[in-house]
Design a protein around this ligand. Structure first.
Ligand code: 5GP
Length: 130
């Protein structure tokens, strides 16, 4: 069965899209730890980042770099943090998070509640920097 992220790629589930090419896709996390929290995924389904072949993994990181630089321009922050967990969704994803301090990468804390209008505005700001 397709993962929830494959359904997002295919447009079967809506998302706040940031970027896409033939192999990779980026969109806002629906439960952000910080404004601009973005997920970057390969289009192929695999559950574990270190199962990816070298080309796919390096391409994913380079795609994430482009997105991170756009986020840095769009969102006020000290730097963009990167995390890989995969405890919830069995489809490889890199979390990119605008950071002010190390607590901003604490995924156990309560998530932000943003309106669709706020999410759209953030996605638009990041897309403009790509
Ligand atoms: P992880 O698997 O790395 O532990 O976390 C999965 C992440 O995916 C979570 O931060 C969660 O908020 C996000 N997520 C889960 N389902 C959806 C969804 O349907 N849409 C979006 N945009 N994000 C999701």
């Amino acid at each position: 069965m397709a993962t929830i992220f494959t359904k997002i790629i295919n447009g079967e589930i809506p998302c706040y899209k940031i970027a896409e090419d033939d192999k990779y896709f980026a969109f806002l996390d629906i439960n952000p730890v910080k404004k601009g929290h973005t997920l970057v995924i390969p289009k192929i389904e695999d559950d574990y980042i270190f199962n990816l072949d070298d080309d796919t993994l390096s391409g994913l990181v380079l795609f994430a770099k482009k997105v991170a630089l756009a986020m840095e321009s769009a969102m006020p922050c000290k730097r963009i943090g990167l995390a890989v967990m995969g405890m919830e969704v069995p489809h490889v994803h890199i979390h990119l998070v605008p950071m002010e301090n190390e607590g901003d990468l604490n995924f156990a804390k309560e998530k932000l509640k943003l309106t669709p209008a706020e999410m759209n505005e953030i996605a638009e700001k990041i897309r403009k920097e790509l």
